[in-house]
Design a protein around this ligand. Structure first.
Ligand SMILES: Nc1ncnc2c1ncn2[C@@H]1O[C@H](COP(=O)(O)OP(=O)(O)OP(=O)(O)O)[C@@H](O)[C@H]1O
Ligand SMILES: [Mg+2]
Length: 253
């Protein structure tokens, strides 16, 4: 059964041009259910572009995307979210003026009261937000009513992660989630990725810190100059040095 099941996500022959920049060169990528995949590559390799395509944030030039074996046409991030793909961007899309709790529930606010009494359930959103912040390892006591604009970069990242956690997406994409994070916050992110796998979710994890990647992934995919140059590296059988050599192109073919 498991052998014949379609992968959760399959990207086929994806090409992306930004004007004359060939950002993705015939990329093929499959993500299985419950798989944690590390996406590695030097600056400008095309990692963010690839996940932006998969999350509906940028249009691709050609190729196909399948989710659960069905071809999809992702024209916006809402299309991807509806298909179960939640993305936490490098430059996280949160609204600075709104509170932590409101950002967590952006577009999916909890409501209470019947019919004409319908209004936002702020108490409940604040309550859920407070418990999620604890789970992602924000150690300081930050009230969920705090505006996002007054948080550090790491704290904002943690809020975005808490959102993916709460909405229980099939595939959670994390683009450099441990950048600018303190030790406790970093451990919170890595714990979250492990938890995601234990509960049957899939993750694509982009990070320049290869030690963080090795700690949590099942498989590593390496991109160089827009192309996938390796897609079946295991942290159990490859060394950090092997993978670094593939990233920089130093390895003998
Ligand atoms: N909006 C854009 N317009 C034009 N070119 C772009 C745009 N976004 C990315 N590029 C180019 O596409 C290529 C891939 O960029 P991308 O951001 O995907 O790399 P990355 O692997 O995520 O790098 P990093 O590790 O630095 O985040 C680069 O050459 C980059 O300059
Ligand atoms: Mg990037």
């Amino acid at each position: 059964m498991a052998e014949t099941e379609a992968p959760l996500v399959e990207m086929r022959n994806i090409q992306k041009y930004y004007g004359r920049v060939h950002a993705l060169r015939d990329v093929n990528l499959r993500i299985k259910r419950g798989e944690i995949v590390g996406l590695l590559g030097d600056n400008g390799a095309g990692k963010s572009t690839l996940i932006k395509v998969l999350s509906g944030a940028v249009p691709y030039t050609s190729g196909q995307i399948f989710i659960n074996g069905q071809e999809v046409n992702l024209r916006s991030t809402n299309d991807a979210i509806a298909a179960g793909i939640e993305t936490i961007y490098q430059d996280s899309a949160l609204i600075p003026q709104l509170s932590i709790a409101r950002n967590l529930f952006l577009g999916r606010e909890l409501r209470k009261g019947p019919g004409f009494m319908d209004r936002l359930d702020l108490d409940r959103m604040n309550e859920v937000a407070a418990s999620l912040l604890k789970r992602v390892g924000i150690s300081k006591k930050i009230p969920p009513t705090t505006a996002i604009g007054s948080l550090s970069g790491g704290e904002r990242q943690a809020v975005a992660i808490a959102r993916a956690m709460y909405f229980d997406s099939d595939l959670i994409i994390l683009d450099e989630p441990t950048n600018n994070l303190g030790v406790a916050e970093t451990q919170g992110v890595l714990r979250f990725v492990r938890e995601a796998r234990d509960t049957g979710h899939s993750c694509i994890f982009i990070a320049h810190n290869i030690h963080h990647v090795f700690q949590v992934v099942d498989r590593m995919v390496v991109m160089r100059r827009g192309a996938v140059v390796a897609d079946d590296l295991s942290p159990r059988t490859s060394s950090i040095q092997d993978v670094e050599d593939i990233i920089t192109g130093e390895h003998a073919a």
